[in-house]
Design a protein around this ligand. Structure first.
Ligand code: COA
Length: 182
């Protein structure tokens, strides 16, 4: 039975692996949004979200986004729009059996409406489709708001990475979600 189950998942995996993300309209908390894979032309929108969310600072430069979007490893970069305006984005890259969330942000005015959780769940599905066992991320030790969102989705604290954020030497908390076969 277990072997049959594993075979079924392997076949599903071959089917879903490396499939381009199908853009779609979604409803989150009774509001309509549009989600699609990020293209190179979208980087200016991502930079402007970062500027708004991080009070003028840019954790990621244009070059950093360009490199991620063209990475050799399997990756998923998604943006979400409300009435033509990009209100959030997420990125992840797969390293072996781990899908690492590299970046996630939602415009301040649109936070607390379930958008971030929705984007993370899309990454969890992508990770499962690609045979990952875990999903991981780093978050500032002071960013309790984001940590709460991650915990609600099933992430647990792993290690502390001292002085991870170079500009203020803040520690990072690494959080991990263990994916289970359903
Ligand atoms: C962290 C971040 C991405 C989360 O995105 P978000 O869209 O605000 O997250 P969600 O709305 O899914 O969840 C936030 C809260 O809203 C709640 N929520 C979810 N759906 C909701 C809804 N329909 N209505 C009201 N609240 C809702 C969640 O339960 C959660 O509640 P909590 O505050 O009690 O934990 C976002 O806050 C952000 O961009 N922060 C700044 C950048 C940042 O810190 N990025 C992470 C770096 S590691």
């Amino acid at each position: 039975m277990l072997k049959k189950f594993n075979l079924f998942h392997s076949i599903l995996g071959i089917f879903f692996k490396n499939r381009p993300y199908d853009e779609k309209e979604v409803e989150i908390s009774s509001e309509a949004y549009f989600v699609r894979a990020i293209k190179l032309d979208d980087i200016k929108d991502l930079l402007s979200i970062e500027r708004e969310v991080y009070a003028g600072e840019l954790p990621w430069t244009k070059t950093a986004f360009l490199m991620e979007l063209q990475a050799a490893e399997p990756h998923l970069y998604l943006l979400i729009k409300k009435e033509e305006k990009t209100v959030g984005f997420i990125g992840c890259r797969i390293f072996g059996k781990d899908a690492h969330i590299t970046n996630v942000a939602v415009l301040t005015h649109n936070q607390g409406k379930g958008i971030g959780s929705f984007l993370i769940r899309e990454v969890l599905q992508f990770a499962k489709n690609n045979g990952c066992e875990t999903v991981s991320l780093e978050v500032r030790i002071s960013n309790k708001n984001a940590q709460r969102v991650y915990r609600q989705l099933g992430f647990v604290s792993n290690t502390i990475k001292p002085n991870y954020y170079t500009e203020n030497k803040e520690d990072a908390l690494e959080m991990i979600l263990y994916l289970k076969e359903e």
